[in-house]
Each structure stands twice: as C-alpha cells, then as structure tokens.
Design a protein around this ligand. Structure first.
Ligand code: SF4
Ligand code: SF4
Length: 112
C-alpha cells in the first residue's frame, strides 16, 4: 500500500504535505507533486495536511490511474523536501474538474 497524489494538486501545489512526510518521498513536477510508492511508509500524516484533498490511500477504489502516474513520475522527477512558494494563481485552479487532461505537465520541477 501507499498514498498517492491526484490531479487536485495540479497548479495548486500548496506543499503543506511535504513538511510532514517522515521519509521525504515527495517528487516535484512542473505543476504537481507525486509520492514514490516504494518509499511511502503509509503513515498517513500527509493526507489531512493537503487543503485540496489531493492525497489518498491507494486502498480506495478507482485509484489505479493515480498509482501509475505517481510511480512513473516519482522515478523521473526530483525529490522535494522543503515547502516553497505556491503559484500566485493557485486559488483559481482549486476544485477545477479534469485538470489532468487539461493541465498535466510531464516536465520536472526544480526539486531541492
Ligand atoms: S498539499 Fe496537496 S495540493 Fe499541495 S502539494 Fe501537497 S498534495 Fe499537492
Ligand atoms: S503517507 Fe506518510 S510516508 Fe507516505 S507520503 Fe504521506 S507522509 Fe510520506
């Protein structure tokens, strides 16, 4: 089991989740974060920290797509362990439907 990040994170990236992860298993894309499924220890402390409900345990049904996205991009993107500045327009993208299809970027973020 692992926790995953879904597309509620896209263009929000508030990054409250990163600060609490005891094993630093978040990875940064250009406009979202993912969790490395093999590094996550399922502690669950990040889930309530996310203000947009983007983090879920993969035991919930229907999350196979996100598990694949998290596994694929955690292997490609840089590790991020410290909270940075969220995008200035993050609030405008909160709750927008279909963000993966509209806005997902496979490009890496800066990491730290
Ligand atoms: S707190 Fe939520 S929206 Fe923000 S970076 Fe973490 S998973 Fe993404
Ligand atoms: S469940 Fe725990 S180990 Fe996994 S990403 Fe969240 S804080 Fe990190």
């Amino acid at each position: 089991m692992t926790y995953i990040v879904n597309d509620n994170c896209i263009r929000c990236k508030f990054m409250d989740c990163i600060e609490v992860c005891p094993v630093d298993c978040f990875y940064e894309g250009e406009n979202m974060l993912v969790i490395h499924p093999d590094e996550c220890i399922d502690c669950g402390v990040c889930e309530p920290e996310c203000p947009v409900d983007a983090i879920k345990p993969d035991t919930e049904p229907g999350l196979e797509k996100w598990l694949k996205v998290n596994a694929e991009y955690a292997a490609k993107w840089p590790n991020i362990t410290a909270k940075g500045e969220p995008p200035a327009d993050a609030k405008e993208f909160e709750g927008v439907e279909g963000k993966f299809e509209k806005f997902f970027s496979p490009e890496p973020g800066e990491g730290d």
